[in-house]
Design a protein around this ligand. Structure first.
Ligand code: SF4
Length: 345
């Protein structure tokens, strides 16, 4: 059996074989084809849309790669509850069944403030999923958000290697806390997503293999990866972009290791390649995340340079994505798009 066939059958390979697979393009064609077969066997041709609401670009952290880190000059904004609800209304009218509230770690949004917003969305849209992407909080806070109606949470671990983590983050941030947050979220009952940047500064293939091993221990429902793109004004602003090719290869590897995962074709992929998201779907991804934030704020959520989809109204975004999804041979699903967990026999 080839590496790829074994990865499909066993959902795993020894480190050395994974290293070979990741460091060459020799297997790419077979990898993408096999990953697409596996994705279609679990999710068919469905692509799930997640309406992204970037509700604050304030952040108390200083991750070295991030354009909205607290030390970076950025025009800061926060959306009001009314503005957030308006975004949800627009998204719902467009057929979106998931709202993703994404923001920096902004102390303005206390537990009370967030619970009030989450509960309001939940009472208006009982048939929708509410996803949070708001960074690290206490287990108690996560529980309160869950009880208020949130049911999914995205928290990229970014790198599972302690040394690499310390190169990307200031010393006050801790990988062990990040990992603990992810396990707490699972324990509470969220559908949990994690992920990492491909080609972040100083990343090695060994680091990526550590990421895959960490994800095996977490068993995430969602896995988001995108190529690293430098952000102006950060310590890493002159580092090169991550590789689109390696990102696509990894999407396929992830699909074979985690057949049931929800994997987005990310905006970062679309930023580096005009057909990046279509290629992501063909490599095994099954989610896209159209932006629902008010157009006047989109250009301010500058986590990296040249981010796409900042100038279009939400309805235009949907039309554009629909065309892209169909041109890649898939179809938009109008379901809430929960993870399909494997039934244990
Ligand atoms: S990556 Fe997230 S936590 Fe880090 S500075 Fe940016 S918004 Fe804040």
């Amino acid at each position: 059996m080839s590496f790829v066939e074994r990865l499909r059958a066993e959902r795993d390979l020894p480190d050395e074989e994974l290293k070979t697979l990741l460091e060459t393009d020799r297997f790419d064609e077979e990898l993408h084809k096999t990953a697409d077969e596996v994705r279609q066997s679990v999710y068919g041709k469905a692509v799930y849309l997640r309406g992204l609401i970037e509700f604050t670009n304030y952040c108390k952290n200083d991750c070295y790669y991030c354009g909205i880190r607290k030390s970076n000059k950025a025009e800061r904004y926060r959306l009001t509850k009314r503005q957030i609800l308006d975004c949800c209304a627009q998204g719902y009218a467009l057929g979106y069944k998931t709202f993703v509230l994404q923001g920096g770690e902004d102390p303005f949004f206390t537990d009370d403030v967030l619970c009030d917003i989450i509960a309001a969305i939940r009472s208006l849209y009982s048939d929708c999923a509410i996803t949070l992407s708001i960074g690290e909080r206490s287990e108690e806070s996560y529980r309160l958000f869950f009880e208020s109606g949130a049911n999914r949470f995205l928290l990229r671990h970014e790198t599972a290697d302690e040394n690499h983590y310390s190169v990307l983050h200031p010393a006050v941030m801790s990988l062990s806390n990040r990992k603990q947050c992810l396990f707490n979220l699972k324990e509470i009952g969220y559908q949990v997503g994690t992920g990492f940047m491909v080609g972040s500064p100083y990343q090695t293939t060994r680091n990526i293999i550590s990421d895959l091993r960490f994800m095996q221990s977490l068993s995430p429902d969602m896995i988001g990866i995108g190529p690293f793109i430098p952000a102006k004004g950060t310590p890493f602003e002159h580092f090169p972009n991550g590789s689109v090719e390696l990102t696509l290869r990894l999407i396929s590897v992830l699909r074979l290791m985690f057949p049931h995962a929800l994997i987005p074709a990310t905006t970062a992929l679309g930023t580096l390649h005009p057909q990046g998201r279509e290629l992501g779907l063909k490599a095994g991804a099954n989610v896209v995340m159209p932006n629902l934030s008010p157009v006047e704020y989109r250009g301010k959520y500058t986590i990296y340079n040249n981010k796409i989809c900042t100038g279009e109204e939400s309805a235009q975004c949907k039309d554009c994505l629909k065309r892209r999804i169909e041109s890649a041979g898939y179809e938009i699903s109008d379901s809430v798009g929960n993870v399909k967990r494997e039934t244990v026999k």
